[in-house]
Design a protein around this ligand. Structure first.
Ligand SMILES: [Zn+2]
Length: 485
């Protein structure tokens, strides 16, 4: 009994010491307000000019081209607008046009140095003026301190800011130390293969790039619940994505004499099992651990205590966070969501075959094949067939400590002092992963502030971007290009 008491007191004392250490750490890591000004600035005239130029690009309704389609006229119209607003780039740059997918090369002083590349996409998802839009989707309206319209954010703001930065530098007589490329595809939004064709061009010429900067991450607010700080989230990896069809077969027949275990009943039970207990393990991969650790100093105390001390609280965070944040859940595990379904054609006919389709997002720790195996096993319990429609595993991971990543971090910190910078685990996809075969540093970050409502409107109604954020973005790209050695 005595020994038991000793052991109990010992355990309690140890727990108290651990907790106290965690509390002290949480107090010490709290982020301090910025003590320096931004290294860049812009004038009101510049902000106005940029808004007008971006607006001109938004006015061209460049809805995605199809795979293999010769360049549709709408992209030619966009190119004409770009020629007008970026005259120096078209004068100084070597332009390659692969069915509308653009590659611009600006020659640098030293051709033996690895080039750098800034990319984006010219196409947008469709938008109709169905009354949900405050301003018509392709009006490019400049109002309320914003440029409005489809593509204003995704991704013409990125393309515009990259090109405007280069345009200004050329007009100032700047010559890059190494070759500099601007690329943009015409069918990112429907995975139409434009980026692959651009990457082929680089491969054929044996060109390897020091780094590639794309959209994907941005400077966002409210990345995690309880977070009220701007975060420059630089995407270093993308989850995979796959569409899977699950089919259940049965005898069919008239609905007046229904048997048990009809296809829809089995599919429903299967869907409920997956929904209730996600069969994929949660895991703190190094990229997620680093992300949470970097975010921690900017969080309110309770969250800072937890995320700032993952050495102690990983099990609690892994259990609790996914419960109130779908985003946090997606960071830790492969996700499955059922998106389509079908059965018989009539309400009084039992289907002889019914199906559901799921979209899954394989996490880094699990490739597509092993995800499929897990689902197949569960589906088999309900006599359901599993078929992969299309899909891929997660992308490769850019090393967040590479010299190039560190450089981008330094530049963003200089332009946006006091903001949090973190490598970011992307749950969605971009064209950037296609460039993995030509660069070790695929960085998905548009250094531009995007408000939560603007983030939410991406691919929806009332897409917009703030004009001051666009100006900051232009200046930040300029800073990155100008200071790169
Ligand atoms: Zn996009």
């Amino acid at each position: 009994m005595k020994y038991f008491l000793f052991a109990l007191v010992g355990i309690i004392a140890l727990l108290l010491i651990l907790l106290l250490t965690a509390i002290i750490r949480a107090l010490l890591i709290k982020a301090k307000p910025a003590d320096k000004k931004s290294a860049v600035s812009f004038t009101a005239d510049e902000e106005k000019l940029y808004a007008e130029k971006l607006s001109a690009m938004v006015k061209v309704p460049t809805v995605s081209a199809q795979r293999g389609e010769p360049c549709p006229e709408r992209f030619r119209q966009l190119h004409a607008v770009m020629k007008e607003i970026f005259p120096r780039i078209f004068e100084a740059g070597e332009i390659t046009d692969i069915d509308g997918n653009l590659i611009v090369k600006i020659k640098g002083a030293d051709p033996s140095k690895k080039p750098i590349l800034f990319m984006g996409h010219q196409d947008v998802v469709p938008a109709t003026d169905d009354g949900a839009w405050k301003y018509p989707p392709f009006s490019g309206e400049i109002a309320d301190g914003r440029v409005h319209g489809r593509g204003a954010f995704d991704c013409k703001s990125t393309v515009f800011a990259e090109w405007q930065a280069v345009e200004e530098l050329l007009s100032e007589g700047f010559k890059p130390g190494q070759d500099l490329y601007l690329t943009s595809s015409v069918n990112e939004e429907n995975s139409g293969g434009g980026a692959e064709r651009i990457v082929e061009w680089f491969k054929e010429r044996g060109i390897r790039l020091a780094f590639v900067m794309d959209e994907g991450g941005a400077i966002v607010n409210g990345l995690l619940p309880g977070m009220n700080t701007w975060v420059a989230a630089a995407g270093v990896v993308e989850k995979g994505s796959a569409h899977i069809r699950f089919t259940a077969k049965g005898k069919g027949g008239h609905s007046s004499t229904p048997p048990k275990n009809t296809p829809i009943a089995r599919l429903s039970a299967f869907v409920c099992e997956i929904e209730k207990k996600n069969p994929f393990k949660k895991q703190f991969t190094p990229v997620v651990t680093e992300m949470f650790t970097r975010l921690a100093p900017y969080l309110s105390f309770p969250l800072r205590l937890l995320l700032g001390n993952l050495w102690l609280f990983k099990p609690i965070v892994g259990f609790a966070m996914p419960k109130f944040s779908p985003m946090a859940n997606a960071f830790l595990t492969t996700t499955v969501v059922f998106t389509m379904s079908g059965g018989s054609e009539a309400a009084n006919v039992i289907p002889s075959e019914a199906y559901v389709v799921a979209n899954i997002r394989p996490a880094i720790q699990q490739d597509l094949d092993s995800c499929l195996a897990v689902l197949k096993k569960i589906a088999a319990k309900y006599d359901i067939e599993t078929e992969l429609i299309i899909g891929n595993s997660a992308s490769g991971i850019t090393d967040s400590h590479s010299a190039e990543m560190k450089y981008i971090e330094e530049c963003v910190n200089a332009c946006y002092p006091g903001y949090c910078f973190t490598p970011y685990y992307m749950t969605g996809g971009t064209d950037c992963r296609k460039y993995e075969s030509v660069s070790d540093n695929c960085i998905r970050l548009c250094p531009m502030r995007v408000h939560p409502d603007q983030m939410a409107a991406m691919h929806g109604a009332n897409e917009s971007i703030s004009t001051d954020a666009v100006a900051e973005g232009v200046k930040c790209y300029k800073y990155i290009i100008k200071n790169y050695k």
